[in-house]
Design a protein around this ligand. Sequence first.
Ligand code: ADP
Length: 460
Amino acid sequence: MLKKILVANRGEIAVRIIRECQDCGIPAVAVFSEADRNSLHTLIADEAVCIGPGNASGSYLNMDNILQAAMSTGCDGIHPGFGLLSENAEFARKCRENDIKFIGPDGDTISKMGDKSTARQMMMKAGVPVVPGSDGAVKTPEEALKVAERIGYPVLVKASAGGGGRGMRRADSPEELPTAMEQAGMEAAAAFGDGTVYLEKLIINPRHIEVQVLGDQHHNVIHLGERNCSIQRRNQKMLEEAPAFGLQESTRKTLCEAAVAAAKACDYEGAGTVEFVMDDRENFYFIEMNTRIQVEHPVTEMVTGINIVAEQLRIASGAPLRYTQDEIQVKGHAIECRICCEDPLNDFAPCPGKVDFVHFPSGFGTRVESALYSGAEISPYYDSMVAKVIVKGENRIGAVRRMRRVLGETIIRGPKTTQPLQQMILYNRKFLRGNYNTGFIGEELPELTEMIQTAGMIKE
Ligand code: ADP
């Protein structure tokens, strides 16, 4: 096994990984910015190194400072978590050059899968269904118009380097396409330093269904079943479930097989997620692969009993997968709510500030992943997600009931959070029926807002 691991992240995922290292008997080194001196990940790690100022570019994105911290503390592995440097091929390569194991796939796999138009082409070759669209990147509006005419409107202009819902624009007609292209390109160039775009047909209100995969260094790949992550605001997930309710067994099987084929096509190592959009006839299409641990991995852990972060550590240490596909069984139903410090009644505006008091729920089938504590400061520098509340039930309605109880017990006093919205979603008819799609928040927000106001659940 790896002997000492640096966790190149912050917040709840850094806490999750540090705890796992410690549970596996591996010392964990935290890195922290000046704004995170009193953050939980800094406090619970075996050692902690300050790597720069509050703004992420000077600290959590500063590759040299992180590598220096790893070397000076004698680490032989770096876990990047999600976001930040987790899908940065250059960082993975630099780790390797310095004889430090990057816990994830190699730099070349990250590059190929991280460039969405290249990934699309690879998937087409591997026989994985992709959304109808351009064959790789589109360079000029003329080229885009031709593709759009072939696939039909509406289309989605997507940035090859896009992520976090950025670099995506819809065009409903040839008149709108050049502007959509320019805006998506500019947004991506500013956010990711690469303005390359490609075209996909816009699937109207699809479900977002994704499959968790694990691959080892010996070319074995398995899947751990699927998740439905269709409750999104601004193309960003808010609530996830495993398994995806209501899928036909035959669809589930071909979907999971397609995900394994996708991972095999890039000789995948580590934990990864193959994301698809699915229409109402259960046709599914690859949209991207995330070459890292994901926020919503706990729902899969809850229904399979497999500790994905522990498996990442074993795989990175060179061990073969310890499960065959036949040994993976999905039991029960799990739901996760991502609680973000955002105001759901004000267009999800971020609400940083001091958290005066926190009380997290517990009980059977209940799990909380968070770095919050009473008195913690939510910094405006970083992502707004502050806690993940996860439940497991014997079946879906059991999980829904448990989540209602659990969110009812959750207290985060201080900044506004998305918690009241998630509480109301658990009573929404469409959600309860389980046949919701990515249009859910757009369609239901007015009613959910009214429910929150009526219930007087928003803290002033
Ligand atoms: P990002 O990497 O920015 O998260 P994704 O490609 O994963 O971008 O897409 C994010 C979300 O955008 C999806 O979950 C889905 O809701 C929506 N989306 C992406 N591609 C399409 C498409 N072709 N048609 C409809 N919705 C899409």
